[in-house]
Design a protein around this ligand. Structure first.
Ligand SMILES: *[C@@H]1O[C@H](CO)[C@@H](O)[C@H](O)[C@H]1NC(C)=O
Ligand SMILES: [Mg+2]
Length: 289
């Protein structure tokens, strides 16, 4: 029997507990949510995809994480930084960009591409200087505003308890990535950080995920990825690693079409908890916690 309830604090399983009235204060959470999920909450085809793709990973060996939008909801901070600086340089005649403009034309793009798209008439080095200034403003705003996605820290504890390998894999610049991990208190948690621009090809190509697997010595047959963007999901799928999509910002349809094996709202999602329980590795010491 899995020691799920013993290794996850009870409040993490709160959503699961709603569906299951039967456990005592420190008791084991019953797995009724798994049944509800497979039979009702999720369309049949999605459940089938999930059970055939994620269940096959048992015993789980490693989890790879994207950073922006996956560990933390950072898009609003990027939006603020872009809006302020674009207005300052007179973009759009000084009229601040809207969230719709940001979502459609900026979110998820590489700085190199964005520099060309936003400033088609400007010298590329000057445009890239704007992007650097924007990243600097992002790093200034992040300490005030960066928040972990719900359930992240409990999941990280569960991963440590189960001695799973892990890596953070991102298209963000290294200085941003290191700052975010530090603000989230996860610098030590991730032994490996792979930066897209330091690989031959960034996401949506598989290179950064393949490099992460190699560096931590994990098999793609016992690993899955957390991602929140279509580009990131495509990178994972291209690396032959199943991807769990977080609907932090992007529409479900977009993530599903990109090839996500399962969609969750955050790390407290009962769908995630039941799949983890299904594929968790046996670790003798977990029972003693
Ligand atoms: C995206 O950019 C194009 C070109 O500047 C613009 O016409 C379009 O309105 C923008 N999209 C949104 C949703 O603002
Ligand atoms: Mg992301």
């Amino acid at each position: 029997m899995p020691a799920f309830a013993l290794s996850l604090p009870l409040h993490v399983a709160a959503a699961t507990a709603v569906a299951s009235q039967s456990q005592g204060r420190r008791g084991r959470i019953k797995t009724t949510s798994a049944c509800c999920w497979r039979r009702a909450a999720v369309p049949v085809n999605m459940a089938a995809v999930t059970s055939s793709t994620l269940s096959k990973l048992a015993p789980l060996e490693a989890i790879l994480f994207d950073i922006d939008g996956t560990l933390c909801d950072s898009d609003p901070i990027h939006f603020c930084a872009f809006r302020e600086l674009l207005q300052k340089v007179g973009f759009n005649n000084g009229v601040p960009i809207t969230e719709d403009f940001y979502s459609a034309n900026i979110s998820g793009g590489h700085n190199d591409d964005l520099a060309r798209a936003l400033f088609p008439d400007l010298d590329h080095d000057k445009a890239m200087k704007f992007m650097d200034d924007k990243e600097a403003l992002y790093r200034k705003l992040a300490p005030e505003q960066l928040k972990a996605v719900e359930g992240l820290h409990d999941l990280c504890r569960w991963i440590e308890d189960h001695k799973l390998k892990r890596a953070a894999v991102t298209n963000a610049p290294r200085s941003n990535a290191e700052l975010m991990l530090s603000l989230l208190g996860l610098t030590e948690f991730f032994p490996v950080l792979v930066i897209g621009s330091e690989c031959d090809r960034a996401k949506p190509f598989p290179d950064s995920y393949l490099k992460a697997l190699e560096l931590i010595g994990a098999s793609p047959d016992h690993t899955f990825i957390f991602e929140d963007s279509a580009s990131g999901i495509r990178a994972g799928v291209a690396a032959n690693v199943p991807v769990v999509g977080l609907t932090t910002r992007n529409p479900e349809k977009v993530l599903q079409d990109a090839g996500a094996s399962l969609l969750i709202k955050d790390f407290q999602d009962p769908k995630l908890l039941s799949i983890l329980e299904e594929i968790e590795p046996t670790v003798a010491t977990v029972e003693q916690v």
